[in-house]
Ligand binder design. Sequence first.
Ligand SMILES: *Cc1c(COP(=O)(O)O)cnc(C)c1O
Length: 468
Amino acid sequence: MPKQITVAPRPFRVFTRRDLDRIPQLQRLGADERLAMQAVAQVLPFRVNDYVCDELIDWDRVPDDPMFQLTFPQPGMLAPDDLARIVDLLRRGAPDDEVQRHARQIQQAMNPHPAGQVELNVPRLDGEPLPGMQHKYRETVLFFPSSGQTCHTYCTYCFRWPQFVGLDELKFAAREADRLAEYLRRHPEVNSVLFTGGDPMVMKTRVLRRYLEPLLAPELDHIVSIRIGTKAPAYWPHRFTTDADADDLLRLFEQVHAAGRHIAIMAHYSHPRELATPTAQAAVERLGCAGATIRCQAPLIRRVNDDAAVWADLWKRQIVLGAVPYYLFVERDTGPRHYFEVPLARAFEIFTTAYRRVSGLGRTVRGPSMSALPGKVLVDGVADVAGERVFVLKFLQARDPQWVNRVFFARYDETATWLDQLQPAFGESEWWFEPAIRAMLQADWQPQWGDRSRVQKRVTALGHVEWE
Ligand SMILES: *Cc1c(COP(=O)(O)O)cnc(C)c1O
């Protein structure tokens, strides 16, 4: 018998920038600090729920508390001039549209669309772009349901920050699900669908059901796994325990499992505290009972989790609960990155120290991994080769499937924080994949895996279709 954990229901209450002054715990901050917070929240999205405020933040350690840094706007996230400009407008009581005009200028300078997100990844159906999808890696389609484009709480460093503009409309669900199913019918090379957002778990179960059920059709049996990327197990575990439709949600996952698909919850856990509450533990327990596997991923963020002890503790707690450590990401090159970024060399060190402290059960985790324009690039090691210190890099995912699992070498650099700041080692003038990337950036390029004349189809013993 699994350990029974009982948890009390809690109504979902959320605060946005308009309600900053209504958050009781913030009253302990000074007026200037609150004004600075207001100013940052004009530029970067802010949303927090009272479970996060009451159970996850240690208010005696504010402002250094990692969960506070993770969820509340911090003055250092804006350049001093930008911050001063917005603070001044707010002090003068400037009209909202004027404040917003200045805020937008600052946003534009923050690289809102890194890694070719907008231009390169959008798939087509009969020549028409499908804006709610990304198909960057052959095996996996990313799907952004329009009713899942918000979160229970926003992370301050989020790389998807520009998309939280608000448009949710439940009626999109059926039409979008139809187009997704049609795309997948025509793409037998895909074997995994990853629902992402925002956070798909903000959807009510009846809406989510509209998206998931069509994927269970027998003609889509090349879909081996359905994944849901979510922070709800950390920020709103009640979604899986006591919310009115929590039981129905678990029945839906059981149904996916019974239809012969793997259901994976790609849970975003940033800090061990997120797994320390009874509700958070009960959520993991219940998901497991419904046949879902929880795989855990998060970026390494300065001031939040840039400490090997924190990661070792996080992975150990995951193992205790039967969840699987999956990825440690490098903070992306967007938004307030200067505030959060950690050099690759340091990230590798933190990762390695923590990795050494867990048993093989925790070493399912891979990292530090950069989701960059050419693919997911792992910093796999530091080595001295032929008198040169290098980073050993490796493609975990790539726009060209042939690059996957290939290693390559960059000159060691103590301060670089992203792939574009690294130089190829051994005197190479550019990366070997750069000509191919340039070709992909040409207008109208589409990946070859969609071109049946250029790839060979093979049916495996299990009846799965593969393209080589
Ligand atoms: C990370 C990612 C995936 C999934 O990659 P896995 O290695 O299978 O977890 C798919 N598409 C995009 C665009 C991604 O960034």
